[in-house]
Design a protein around this ligand. Structure first.
Ligand code: AMP
Length: 421
């Protein structure tokens, strides 16, 4: 019985990364690895499946992630697991679990991998997406690390050649000043018009009203008190230094009073990076000094960022600078006759071992078919190996542009091909 149409399609919001897309992903992996190495971060890979409680506790019960976006798995022994919706909590779990607090601090870790959120798919929003992330855990709660993380996220996007970047940054304060601000915000919203979602948010997770994109909230939101005016002396000093370090790095930024990021574990600096003309963040991050404490570990300062990799691809396409395919092989191997075909495999092996990027169409036996394949691939050189060449232990090297050709002995043909490339 044939499979249903649905069973023959990838799950909604989850996509194949096809061969044509691989050059982009290759570059994303390369940039992640190179930045990680340049900034002395070590790679970490955590499992895709984590205990549900890890996120309920850290990301926050009232966050969109925990409220509605997690893929929950019930195991046979009744464990509640989730496909990880974000990676910072996983990395922090690994830091605690593996006693990384006992090595020189801070510990700098980077990752690259898939995440899962059950959201409504739209441009730049999918249900399986990938992030490259950089986390600095432990040591001092020093603003210099916040600036370094912002710079890394920015560099990442620059290395990927995304143009016209804009850093938006804010401080959401600490345990001392945030509750005071939260109260001001709640009082302000109480007597003003807002949408249904915000009416609920103001009760369960008030800062999130600042995230609202609904038209009916526009005026209320625009007049809302700004966190920056409520920061305590320490948070104000911290934020001022972060901005000074960014100035020192020559990175411009926009102060964004409405930037809150919806997760419980953030403290002080939060930021996002956009490409001009697209209102979807390409990267985001911030300080999360309370995360480890929320997990029941010792209070540990930390700051990190994540780049949304699908969004980098969309931004590049929008800007007309999509990463293009790898260069095709410039050499095409052509055989004529059975004896030649039999010997062809080992000759092609010799070329590949010699570092020559060679294409073949061994499944085709006609000369015409093979020349057409060479032409289609845009090859510059054809290596023609026929019956006579097989007997004489030689091969013809033909320049496909000029038609000029030369016969060389097999004992030195790899070198002869290399010389012509
Ligand atoms: P977050 O973990 O929500 O702070 O997201 C960090 C980055 O991941 C965002 O700036 C986006 O670029 C990307 N991102 C988050 N959610 C999605 C999604 N559903 N689909 C694609 N990219 C996403």
């Amino acid at each position: 019985m044939a499979l249903s149409k649905k069973a023959l399609q990838s799950v909604k919001g989850m996509h194949d990364i096809l061969p044509k897309d691989q050059p982009l992903w290759e570059k994303l992996r390369k940039v992640t690895r190179e930045l990680g190495e340049q900034y002395n971060f070590e790679r970490i890979d955590t499992p895709i499946v984590e205990p549900m409680a890890l996120f309920e506790r850290t990301v926050g019960e009232a966050s969109d992630i925990v409220e509605k976006q997690m893929y929950v798995l019930k195991t046979k022994d009744d464990d509640s697991l989730v496909l990880r919706p974000e990676a910072t909590a996983s990395v922090a779990r690994a830091y605690v679990e593996h006693g990384m607090a006992h090595v020189p601090q801070p510990v700098k870790l980077y990752y690259f991998g898939p995440l899962y959120r059950h959201e409504q798919p739209q441009e730049g929003r999918v249900r399986q997406f990938h992030q490259a992330g950089f986390e600095i855990i432990g040591g001092e709660s020093d603003p210099v690390y916040d600036a370094q993380i912002v710079a890394m996220a920015y560099r990442f996007l620059e290395e990927m050649k995304v143009a016209k970047l804009e850093i938006r940054i804010n401080s959401i304060g600490c345990k001392q000043c945030r509750p005071i601000y939260r109260k001001k915000l709640v009082d302000y919203y109480k007597s003003r018009p807002s949408c249904k979602t915000c009416k609920r948010r103001i009760l369960v997770n008030p800062l999130r009203v600042l995230d609202c994109k609904e038209k009916e909230c526009e005026v209320t939101k625009a007049g809302a008190p700004a966190m920056i005016d409520s920061l305590c002396t320490l948070c104000r000093g911290h934020f001022k230094l972060v901005l000074e370090y960014l100035d020192e790095l020559g990175l411009s930024y926009m102060l964004d009073n409405h930037l809150v990021r919806g997760l419980d574990y953030y403290s002080r600096t939060v930021f996002e990076i956009f490409a001009e003309g697209w209102d979807a963040a390409l990267a985001g991050g911030g300080r999360y000094d309370y995360l480890l404490e929320l997990m029941g570990a010792k209070a540990t300062p930390a700051v990190g960022c994540a780049v949304g990799l699908e969004r980098v691809g969309v931004a590049l396409t929008k800007q007309g600078t999509a990463v293009t395919a790898k260069p095709k092989p410039r050499v095409h191997f052509i055989h004529i006759g059975d004896l030649a075909k039999k010997k062809s495999l080992s000759l092609i092996e010799a070329l590949r071992r010699g570092g020559v990027h060679v294409e073949e169409s061994l499944g085709k036996d006609s000369l015409k078919g093979q020349l057409a394949a060479a032409d289609k691939n845009g090859a510059e050189l054809a290596l023609i190996f026929g019956q006579m060449e097989a007997f004489e232990e030689s091969i013809i090297i033909r320049d496909l542009k000029t038609g000029a050709q030369e016969t060389v002995l097999l004992v030195k043909f790899v070198e002869a091909v290399k010389k012509r490339l």
